[in-house]
Write a protein of this length. Structure first.
Lengths: 270, 307, 307, 270
């Protein structure tokens, strides 16, 4: 679908938000809204170099006809995107993927993000604070330094208790956000962690240590995974990761685009 | 000039397609994914992901990476296996008014034969495409497609195991493809699919590792189009079999280029990843070109390059 | 970490280059054109346009066209001939502090031999690169490079006609390049150039003619890089000769990719058309990468892919 | 050399002028000004698709540091160029090629252009009217219809007698501009055509008929040729056309980029 750029702004060196608009872009086929954790495949320009679409997570659903992405200029595809200006067209496919599950019984969401990993988690925070008054949330946001802790203010504004950590100590605790998460759980666990779930997205090592911690405390952990994608819709089998097949007790390859991008961290073959 | 609606139908040997556009194996799943984007009955045909006797896990990730105007993949032929395909995937495909081409492969001639036999008995399969050109599996695959006698043996075995039209999908990774096309013809193939991917490799200089876990992979997309067009042209002039041309076809212009070079039908592969509507847009574009150029039959495009 | 200036010098068998970057034959004329853009003494080496015994007119135009991330050319080896080269072009090249690699070809083994003999006597030639892989001439060229015995015979004849280092430039248009590399080694080649262009074709659907008059041409540029990297890697692991890697190298990252795959030196070809400064920018980029990664000798990059 | 876009405007559907700026861009290596008939090789953006630079003729030298091109959006390369906006960078090589020769003795220049062929001829007209008061000129400009007769007003403003023709008769004479040229020469030839030279650029069939006419009347004809180019600087041998080698009386291949783009029409193997 052809969408139009409404706004494309550099938040800090190399990090951008882009708002795009097209009829029904915030809706799934069935007409229901796109779900936090879903993503879109974008193509900026008709050139065959770069050839493939680029996946970006829904950052905020602005309306049924307008969505926002938060993205880092990583390589050529995102660099091309960053040069588009309001009024330019962009070719978009989506929303795609499963989104963050929110099974019945969840009462407290621990949102854990590192760097650009905050992108889909903001959509989750929006959803919880707008539509799920029954769920409380706490956010744990890490980054290299102050500037790279994205979205923390916004989380606080939503009334979500927000903890930050930076590698250089320029904001929040010095060190990894996972330490703070650990402290938090440790501190609260006597009240019981039933109905808790951790939602994580960020650098691979962070996801691994969050998953380990979730396991240690027996808390569910849903994590958004990345993988190189060609089609984004489940047809090419190119984006698989190893996932435990509970039925057979063996590991199988599952598609990040279609079976994910959100997986039960416990099932992932890290 | 009276503009009449041209006939897009083509004959791929015994197999008649309502239009020359099919999907390339491995790039269209088993059709379900794309059925959300358009009516599959619009297609000339659907080629399935490669099917083997037993289900296959495929290669470890990362399985793909982008290259200039192309991509490398080493899926390793992950698939549900022929039985599961017949049980769970084929009924869905059979619901559309299009030709279903089952792409198959095996590790031995006997496996090719066995897969064929099962598909032959299944309802809703219209042709067998024999992949002897996959660069991404250790045994079988390209090992057959780069050996003249193995090519003959596999195609012959498939031919004897079915009355369905047999399409041989050849490897471009050979010095001269014509003898291979020739052997396939002698073994009883009804048509040829040209080309499969070129064997390639890419290295990430940051971590000094191959970009795909399998080290080498198959190069597809527009980058390989000139090679594919050349091969189609060479084979068209030398061998009597109809050709399904593929390799970097992104739009109708590219598809017409292949038909002019000698392809009777064309397949969209990597194009579907970039644009799920590519196959239907290609059909529409071919029709438009025919109208604009007063060509009433798609067959009149085939091999019409003035070379 | 102390950042010392790394050594970029590499040894291509008996030929020492001050840095690993040379120009690819046919893409740098005889150096004069590019000397307006930078000091040729910066280069590891300059490979000349292919030289034949007699001057050659080359193919009729159009001789080139663009393709996705690549180009097709069928220059047909237009060149001034070896005598005129020695008289008029070589003295200019000899004025620079760089290695001059004379690229040669012939229609017969005897012609290869004769061209070599003349260059052997000329002052200022540092190595002979033997092109047995040009897809754009009827006789000779690729016909040698796709036949194992012819490969041996040509390289052997050249080897016997000169004491200069001999570099065999092989054709990628073969099923398996390793035996060819092997034959070249046995015939006495000191190094290998990999790869020449892939054979391709493009058709203009408006006038239904091939886009180049020669119908088929050689595909170069980034499109073919994954194929070239794969071939360099295959040959590096199998054959003991040093390799000049080429095929779609546009910048230092690409060059490093080839070195990690197994190339001792690299050539910029099509890149020079797009950016005349490409070769010198590649040299600077390789040096930067070495500094950033604490690599003190260019030789320590060669074949270092973790595969 | 990296230049900056100053202005990039669509004159009429698919036809643009672009002004670009960079130090010394209007000068040759030696510091002397770029010559009418020379061209530049442009690359818009770092993508490898399109891969090659695109040749465009000098349309007007605005200053030593600024030049203008007139271009038609023909395919992907020029389409990319047409999307650049003021401030954007563009990679430029040039000036290249030989330019229109103006040997001693030339007194009257007949400038013959069809469609976008007017691009280099404007530079020639500028040169003649600004720096060669000793030479008179007449211009013959053709096009499909009124809109496609580019530059006629500008020629008139320079005081150059300007004739136009359109295929549909919407401006000037109906038919081909070569007919008017024929009439003009026929009418004036009794006064003698010594010191006359025809400068032509445009569609191939037009160039052929101008060349034939020049031959018929014994007038020199310099024509600017086109050819697919890779390097633009004489290194690849890709852009050749067949040209008569007067020395040997045989035809040889000469490089449009380096030996041309302007050739003596009499020498061209049409
Ligand atoms: C489901 C999903 C959601 C994502 N959401 C976001 C987001 O909201 N914001 C954001 O900044 N980034 C996100 N990413 C990562 C983003 O897709 C990559 O940064 C982007 O594709 C890089 O493209 P490039 O051309 O700039 O980089 P290049 O390195 O030039 O890309 C080369 C190729 O590698 C692929 N690639 C490179 N990095 C990644 C990666 N991390 N994940 C997947 N493919 C990659 C590209 O898609 C492309 O095919 C997401 C990835 C996935 C899989
Ligand atoms: C010396 C010279 C001067 C020129 N000056 C002008 C000018 O001032 N204004 C103008 O509008 N056009 C001019 N042209 C033509 C212009 O170069 C082409 O229109 C342009 O290259 C088309 O590129 P594209 O990507 O838009 O089209 P595409 O058709 O996508 O180009 C594909 C390939 O073919 C080549 N090509 C296509 N058409 C031509 C052509 N006519 N001549 C040469 N190569 C071509 C392209 O360079 C490219 O390599 C000139 C050509 C030459 C050789
Ligand atoms: C991800 C992917 C998977 C593929 N899987 C198969 C396969 O299972 N069987 C087969 O015969 N070809 C397979 N191919 C090859 C394609 O069918 C086609 O021949 C090739 O990609 C060239 O066409 P294209 O450039 O249009 O993609 C695959 C290609 C890709 C890109
Ligand atoms: C226009 C052109 C002319 C060439 N001429 C020759 C030649 O004369 N001899 C030769 O061995 N290779 C020739 N080549 C091949 C190159 O040297 C090189 O092997 C090939 O282009 C791949 O490298 P690239 O992709 O960097 O261009 C030519 C290539 C091009 C594009
Ligand atoms: S990206 Fe194609 S299956 Fe996931
Ligand atoms: S374009 Fe390369 S020689 Fe003219």
């Amino acid at each position: 679908m052809i969408a139009r750029i409404r706004k494309n702004e550099e938040l800090l060196e190399g990090y951008f938000i882009v708002d795009i608009e097209a009829e029904g872009i915030g809706l799934r086929k069935a007409g229901r809204p796109a779900v936090p954790g879903q993503f879109y495949m974008l193509k900026a320009g008709p050139s065959t170099d770069p050839l493939l679409r680029r996946p970006l997570s829904l950052h905020r659903k602005l309306s049924d006809d307008s969505v926002r992405f938060l993205y880092r200029r990583a390589g050529r595809g995102t660099a091309l995107l960053s040069r588009l200006i309001p009024g330019d067209e962009i070719d978009v496919l989506g929303p795609l993927g499963n989104g963050f599950p929110m099974p019945a019984g969840i009462k407290h969401a621990l949102i854990v993000g590192g760097g650009i990993g905050i992108a889909p988690l903001m959509a989750l925070a929006d959803y919880i604070s707008d539509e799920r008054k029954d769920i409380s949330a706490a956010a744990f946001i890490g980054g290299r330094s102050r500037e790279y802790v994205l979205g923390a203010d916004e989380f606080s504004r939503k009334g979500i208790e927000t903890f930050t950590a930076t590698e250089d100590g320029s904001l929040g605790k010095k060190g990894f956000i996972t330490h703070i998460l650990d402290e938090y759980i440790h501190e609260h666990k006597h009240k019981g962690t039933g109905g808790w779930a951790i939602y994580s997205c960020g650098p691979h090592p962070m996801l691994i240590s969050v998953a380990a911690m979730a396991k240690k405390y027996g808390i569910k952990n849903y994590t958004s995974m990345e993988s190189n994608m060609a089609c984004g819709i489940g047809a090419c089998m190119g984006c698989v990761i190893g996932v435990l097949d509970r039925e057979h007790g063996s590991s199988v390859y599952k598609k990040v685009c279609d079976d994910g991008p959100v997986f039960d961290a416990d099932d992932i073959v890290w | 000039m009276v503009k009449i609606k041209p006939s897009l139908s083509v004959k791929l040997g015994p197999l008649t397609l309502k239009n020359p556009v099919v999907t390339a194996s491995g790039t269209f799943g088993y059709g379900e994914e794309y059925s959300k984007y358009f009516d599959l009955s619009l297609l000339g045909g659907i080629t399935t992901k490669g099917l083997s006797l037993k289900p296959m896990q495929g290669n470890p990730p990362p399985r793909l990476c982008e290259t200039p105007s192309g991509m490398l993949n080493a899926i390793g032929l992950q698939n549900v296996g022929v039985d599961d395909f017949i049980k769970r995937k084929l009924p869905f495909l059979a619901g559309f008014d299009t030709k279903v081409i089952a792409n198959i492969f095996g590790n031995t001639v006997e496996e090719y034969e066995a897969v064929t036999a099962r598909l032959d008995r299944a309802k809703g399969v219209h042709a067998i495409e024999v992949n002897i050109s996959c660069p991404n599996v250790k045994k079988g695959g390209m090992a057959f497609g780069t050996d003249l006698e193995a090519t003959y043996d596999v195609i012959r075995a498939v031919r004897n195991a079915t009355s369905l039209p047999v399409i041989a999908k050849l490897s471009p990774n050979v010095t001269d493809i014509v003898p291979f096309a020739d052997r396939a013809a002698h073994a009883g193939a009804d048509a040829l699919s040209l080309i499969n991917t070129l064997l390639g490799m890419a290295i990430d200089i940051k971590n000094r590792k191959p970009r795909i876990a399998n080290i080498t992979g198959g190069l597809s997309g527009p980058a390989i189009r000139p090679v594919a067009v050349r091969i189609v042209w060479q084979v068209y002039r030398a061998v009597g079999l109809p050709i399904i041309g593929m390799g970097g076809i992104m739009n109708a212009e590219d598809a017409i280029e292949f038909m002019l070079a000698g392809a009777t039908a064309v397949a969209a592969g990597t194009a579907s990843f970039v644009n799920p509507l590519a196959p239907v847009e290609i059909i529409a574009g071919i029709e438009r070109y025919m109208i604009e150029n007063g060509i009433d039959h798609a067959h009149h495009l085939i091999g019409q390059v003035q070379a």
